[in-house]
Ligand binder design. Structure first.
Ligand code: ATP
Ligand code: MG
Length: 172
C-alpha cells in the first residue's frame, strides 16, 4: 500500500483536479493538514476538494474567518475548511469555534495545520506544497494565466491511511 506520494502539479487547474481526485478517497472523520508558504496553492487544492465532495459554496481563502463549513449537496460529509494561520491557540481554540458540525462526521481540512491541530485525529493526511526548485517553472494554464510548477507530497499517518492506496493520485 502506498501511503506516501510525490507529485508535480503544473497549473492551478491541475491543482484543483488533484483536489477533485483526492476527494474520491475521503471519508467522514478524515483530517487533512495542508502546509506550504503563502500562495503555495493550499486553498486552490481545497477548492478542488470541495468540488469533488459536492459541497455547497465556493471554497475561498478563509482570511476573515477562521473556519467555514460547507454542507454537502450530495448526502456526503460536510467540508470544514480551517485557516489555522490565525488560530494561535491550536486545538482548544478550534474546539471553541463552536462550528455547529460534528468533526467526526466531516472532512476537516486545515491550512497551516501542522504543529497545531494534530491532536484532532491520530489518523491524518499531511500535504506539503512547495514551489518547484530549479528553472523558472513558468507555464500557462488553460485560461492563459501564468502558472508555475508546484511539488506536492502527500503522507498518510495512522491506520486509516495505511489502508488507502495514494498511488491512484499519480496518474491524474
Ligand atoms: N501549479 C499551481 N498550483 C496551484 N496554484 C498555482 C499554481 N501556479 C500558480 N498558482 C497560483 O498560486 C496561487 C495560490 O493561491 P492559494 O490561495 O491557493 O494559496 P494558499 O497556499 O492557500 O495561500 P495562503 O497561505 O495565503 O492561504 C493562486 O493565485 C494560483 O493561481
Ligand atoms: Mg489559503
Amino acid at each position: 500500500m502506498t501511503t506516501n506520494v510525490h507529485l508535480t502539479v503544473a497549473t492551478p487547474d491541475r491543482m484543483r483536479e488533484l483536489g477533485r481526485r483526492l476527494a474520491g478517497l475521503l471519508r467522514p472523520g478524515d483530517l487533512l493538514l495542508l502546509s506550504g508558504q503563502l500562495g503555495a496553492g493550499k486553498t486552490t487544492l481545497t477548492r478542488g476538494l470541495g468540488e469533488g465532495l459536492g459541497v455547497r459554496g465556493a471554497v475561498t481563502s478563509p482570511t476573515f474567518v477562521i473556519a467555514r463549513v460547507h454542507p454537502s449537496l450530495v448526502a456526503g460529509p460536510p467540508l470544514v475548511h480551517v485557516d489555522a494561520y490565525r488560530l494561535g491557540g491550536g486545538l482548544e481554540e478550534m474546539e471553541d469555534l463552536d462550528l455547529d458540525v460534528s468533526l467526526p462526521d466531516s472532512v476537516v481540512v486545515v491550512e497551516w495545520g501542522e504543529g497545531r491541530v494534530e491532536e484532532l485525529s491520530e489518523d491524518r493526511l499531511h500535504i506539503v506544497i512547495s514551489r518547484a526548485e530549479g528553472g523558472d517553472g513558468l507555464s500557462c494554464d488553460e485560461t492563459g494565466d501564468v502558472a508555475d510548477v508546484r511539488e506536492v507530497s502527500l503522507t498518510g499517518v495512522g491506520e486509516r491511511w495505511a489502508e488507502t492506496d495514494l498511488s491512484v493520485l499519480i496518474d491524474y
